[in-house]
Write a protein that binds this ligand. Structure first.
Ligand SMILES: Cc1cc2nc3c(=O)[nH]c(=O)nc-3n(C[C@H](O)[C@H](O)[C@H](O)COP(=O)(O)OP(=O)(O)OC[C@H]3O[C@@H](n4cnc5c(N)ncnc54)[C@H](O)[C@@H]3O)c2cc1C
Length: 373
C-alpha cells in the first residue's frame, strides 16, 4: 500500500461531481486516495453564469431506490439539501461541498496538475506543489474550464459562454448568439430577460428535433423557458457559422449558407468545450475525438489510468449527464479494488448497494444515445 501525504494508491484529478462521486465509492471500499484540485470543491459550478440552472430536475426519490437524478451518491439528494428542483451553479457547489464534508474526503486544494508520466508502473503527477505518486490515476478534470475557441474562424473574437459571470453584465442593445443547444438557449433566454434583442444562429434545426432521449433534443425545462412570455428572439436555423470578423467597429458573422449578421457587440460563442484530457493526450488512444476505454473505463493505452465524467463514451453511448456518468463510479472503484485485492465482502456489499440504487450500469447495450450539452 502506498501511503503518505504525497504517495497514495489512487490519485483523482479534480473535485467536481465526477471526482467526488468516484471518491465516495473508493472510500467505502477502504481504498486510500487523494483528490488534487486546482481551485476548490465544485469550482466549475461556481463559474457558471449566476442565472444558469440545472436542466435535469432534482427530486428526492432515494428512499424508494430512485435517487435524485443530480445526486452523486446513492444516499444524498441535492433536492433535499437545497430545497429546489433546478439548482444554480452556486447551489450545486454547496451540495458538492456538503458531500465532501459528510464523507470526509481527502482533498488537496490549490494543487494544479501540469503533466503526468508513468515509470515502472507508478504514475508521477507533476503539479505546482511538487510531484505526487500513485499506482492508479483517475482523471476527473472535466470540460467546463477548457472552452473550445477553435470551432470556426474568428471564434477568438467572441465571448465564450464559459466566460460569462452574469447575463446582467453583458446585456446590450443586441447580441448574436452562436449555437442553439442547451448553453446557447440559456444565453438567448437570459439575454432576452435582460431586454437584449437576440439573434440565435443554429447550424441545424434543433428546435424541431424531438427524440425519446432527452440527451438528443432540448430538455423540457429549456422548452418551457422558451415558451415564457418575455422570451422572444430571432431564431435562424440552418445557419452554421463559417467566420467572424471585426471591421470598423462591427462584428460580422458569416454563415456557411452565406447569410450575414452584424452587431457592434461581441457575439456569444456557445458551440462547446474542449476537454481537460488535452493535458494527458498521449496516455489515451483516441477515436473520433473521444478517448478509447475498456469495459472498466480504463485507458486502452495506459494500464491503471481511468476516466470518470462526461467524456466517457462507449460506442454511441456518451455519459455526459450526472445521472449517466455516476453509473460508472462503482465500476472503476470495483476494478481498482480487485487489483488491490481488497476484502471481497467489503467490495461486494458496496457494489450491491450501488446496484440496488440504480447507480451501476455494466451492460452498455441499453444506452445507445448521443448527447448535446
Ligand atoms: C451550462 C451547463 C448546464 C449543465 N446542466 C446540467 C444538468 O442539468 N444536469 C447534468 O447532469 N449535467 C449538466 N451539465 C454538465 C455538468 O455540469 C458536467 O457534466 C459536470 O460539471 C462534469 O463534472 P466533472 O466533475 O467531470 O467536471 P467539473 O465539474 O468541471 O470538475 C472538474 C474539476 O477539476 C478541476 N481541475 C481542472 N483541471 C485541473 C488540473 N489541471 N489540476 C487539478 N484540478 C483540475 C476543476 O477545478 C474542477 O473542480 C451542464 C453543463 C453546463 C456547462
Amino acid at each position: 500500500m502506498i501511503q503518505d501525504f504525497k504517495n497514495k494508491d489512487v490519485i483523482i484529478i479534480g473535485a467536481g461531481a465526477a471526482g467526488l462521486g468516484v471518491a465516495v465509492a473508493l472510500k467505502r471500499m477502504d481504498i486510500n486516495f487523494v483528490i488534487l484540485e486546482k481551485e476548490e470543491v465544485g469550482a466549475s459550478f461556481k463559474k457558471w453564469p449566476e442565472e444558469t440552472q440545472f436542466i435535469s430536475p432534482s427530486f428526492t426519490g432515494n428512499f424508494f431506490k430512485m435517487p435524485d437524478l443530480n445526486a452523486i451518491t446513492p444516499e444524498t439528494s441535492p433536492a433535499f439539501n437545497l430545497l429546489t428542483e433546478h439548482p444554480t451553479g452556486d447551489e450545486y457547489q454547496a451540495y458538492l461541498k456538503g458531500v465532501s464534508e459528510h464523507y470526509k474526503l481527502n482533498i488537496a486544494t490549490g494543487v494544479t496538475l501540469k503533466s503526468v508520466q508513468k515509470k515502472k508502473g507508478i504514475f508521477i503527477v507533476h503539479t505546482n506543489k511538487g510531484d505526487y505518486h500513485c499506482q492508479f490515476l483517475i482523471w476527473a478534470a472535466g470540460e467546463y474550464q477548457y472552452p473550445d475557441r477553435n470551432t470556426f474562424k474568428g471564434a477568438d473574437l467572441c465571448t465564450h459562454y464559459s466566460e460569462i459571470s452574469s447575463f446582467k453584465d453583458i446585456k446590450t442593445e443586441d447580441r448574436i448568439v452562436i449555437g442553439s443547444y442547451e448553453s446557447g438557449c440559456d444565453a438567448a433566454i437570459n439575454l432576452c430577460k435582460e431586454g437584449t434583442k437576440v439573434t440565435l444562429l443554429d447550424s441545424t434545426n434543433n428546435f424541431e428535433l424531438i427524440n425519446s432521449d432527452s440527451s438528443y433534443s432540448l430538455s423540457p425545462f429549456t422548452r418551457d423557458r422558451l415558451n415564457e412570455e418575455d422570451v422572444y428572439f430571432d431564431y435562424q436555423p440552418e445557419s452554421g457559422v463559417k467566420e467572424v470578423r471585426f471591421e470598423k467597429g462591427q462584428y460580422y458573422v458569416e454563415t456557411v449558407t452565406n447569410k450575414q449578421f452584424n452587431s457592434p457587440y461581441k457575439p456569444i460563442n456557445c458551440t462547446g468545450f474542449k476537454s481537460s484530457l488535452s493535458l494527458v493526450e498521449s496516455l489515451f488512444e483516441n477515436y473520433d475525438g473521444y478517448p478509447l476505454l475498456n469495459n472498466f473505463d480504463e485507458s486502452t493505452k495506459t494500464k491503471n489510468l481511468f476516466l470518470v465524467g462526461p467524456q466517457v463514451k462507449h460506442g454511441n453511448a456518451l455519459f455526459c449527464f450526472i445521472y449517466k456518468y455516476r453509473q460508472r463510479f462503482a465500476i472503476v472503484s470495483e476494478r481498482i479494488a480487485v487489483r488491490k485485492k481488497i476484502d471481497r465482502s467489503v467490495v461486494k456489499s458496496v457494489i450491491n448497494d450501488y446496484k440496488e440504487n440504480n447507480f451501476y450500469i455494466k451492460n452498455l447495450s441499453c444506452c445507445d444515445d448521443e448527447c448535446i450539452c
